[in-house]
Design a protein around this ligand. Sequence first.
Ligand code: ARG
Length: 461
Amino acid sequence: QRDLVRRGRLSDDRTGEVAHFLSSMAADHRIADMDVLVDMAHLLMLERQGIMVTDAAQAIMGALLGFHRDGVPPEAYDEEFEDIHAGKEAALIARVGEEFGGRLHMGRSRNDEVATCIRMRLRDDLIALMEETNDLRGVLLALAGEHRETIMPGFTHLQHAQPTTLAHHLLAYEAAFGRDVGRLRDALVRLNECPLGAAAFASTGYPIDREMTASLLGFDRPMGNSMDAVSTRDFALEALSACAVEMATLSRFCEEIILWSSAFVRFVTLSDGYSSTSSIMPQKKNPDTAEISRAKAGTVAGAFTAALTITRGLPMSYNRDLQELTPHLWQGVTAARESVAVFAGLLRTAAFHPEPMAEEAAVGFSTATELADVLVREFGLPFRTAHSVVGRAVRKGALDLDTVEASAVEVAGISLCDRGLTAERLASALDPAVSVASRGICGGPAPAETARAITEREDAL
Ligand code: ARG
């Protein structure tokens, strides 16, 4: 048998179908490089502790350095092996002999080995996703800086609601992505503990130094309980949930970009590099990158759901079910990373169109709230009365002086004209730019306030 792990206990009569079914090799490509580093740390520690004779340590390190430089040799990836750990050990023994190479697995198990590899690889992926998300945040802040005066309609229920600015809209997404980075960082802090030394689950009788391997591999500390160390994948669930939450936000933005790029909205034009066309309709330019990113949110949520469902109900400690989780982890994290990176490029190269945005900001009576506020502030009406006066005028179909005055008489029995309302004052109350400029409190869309917010967020970034 080439799989030396099976050699002692099991006969050779296993079909290729079963070997393929059991092997994690397809997903193990992702952790092979980490596994070589784990081997090196474990080896150095065994030698330092006097557990591994120096001759063997030197021979093994020579082979491992070769694997590190050139990659784990192809024969180690055969699905005849249950996993890369078994395949790599066989490749090592083929190079330095079993007398030396057969000593590396002292004081460890594949259970602590694989958990360590996954944490290390995930750590790199999470850091990369944080960087990619911060890059996207930088694009948003730069665009916001260019569009502080770009008036656009704001919506609730996807109905015209109140005017805002494109900067305000972009800053809303930047705030959400900032929290996403916070969640990824939290996941990173908790995952950065080292399972190595837990062995199968009950730790080991060898006098190993868990602090040393943990620190060599960049972990903050060894995990405190060896049973927990091999059996939990909560770190993967936490990372996937952070990815799923981020993707939920990204997919909202994708939805808006798709809507905005439509000819009946035309707020944005995507660059050709991020667009597709049709095989039958020669005129078509489609926002496929935004659509695929929107769909990836489903992929990531599915990966999280699969991982959570695989872990639920598992008894202590290691169960092979955990192997089935790992591909979902990589699929989810990869989908999030690719989507965020592509979307940043889409935004960076998109052209926004202030004119149709400004046109839309004025339709649908979207400054009615500001008019009601003016009736409160300058003409002494209670807000609910002003709300009814303006609402009645909208029902009549106009916010001109005659209609507003008639509505005030009907609703409240008062004359606004007697109190000094003029056509000019009414017109300025209905101007979207005036409405936006008046909303200068913390968090609002007024250009002075978004300027302050952009500076604050750039500092935070
Ligand atoms: N390939 C396994 C995994 O991905 C690790 C090895 C544990 N195998 C075992 N038979 N205990 O979880």
